[in-house]
Design a protein around this ligand. Structure first.
Ligand SMILES: [Zn+2]
Length: 77
C-alpha cells in the first residue's frame, strides 16, 4: 500500500520525479541525445494510466537510456 511514488528509472536512484519524466535531471542529461529524442518521440502524455500501455518502441528506448546511464556510471568507477 502507501502512495505510489514515481521515481527515477536509473539504477539505484530513488529520486522522486514527475510521472512525465523517465529520470531525474542528473540522470536524464547523462543519456545520449539520440536516445533521449527517441524516448520523447514515443512518449504519450499520461501513458502510465493509458490502455494500451506504453509502446514497445518506448520501452526499447527507455531501456537503452537506462543502460546508457548505467554504463556511464560504471565508467566513473
Ligand atoms: Zn536519477
Amino acid at each position: 500500500m502507501g502512495e505510489r511514488k514515481h521515481t527515477c528509472h536509473a539504477r539505484r536512484c530513488t529520486v522522486a520525479v514527475p510521472p512525465t519524466m523517465l529520470m531525474c535531471r542528473k540522470h536524464w542529461f547523462m543519456v545520449p541525445p539520440a536516445i533521449r529524442s527517441r524516448v520523447w518521440r514515443h512518449y504519450r502524455d499520461g501513458q502510465c494510466n493509458l490502455s494500451p500501455p506504453p509502446s514497445e518502441e518506448w520501452h526499447k528506448a527507455a531501456d537503452e537510456a537506462i543502460a546508457a546511464v548505467a554504463a556511464k556510471e560504471a565508467d566513473r568507477g
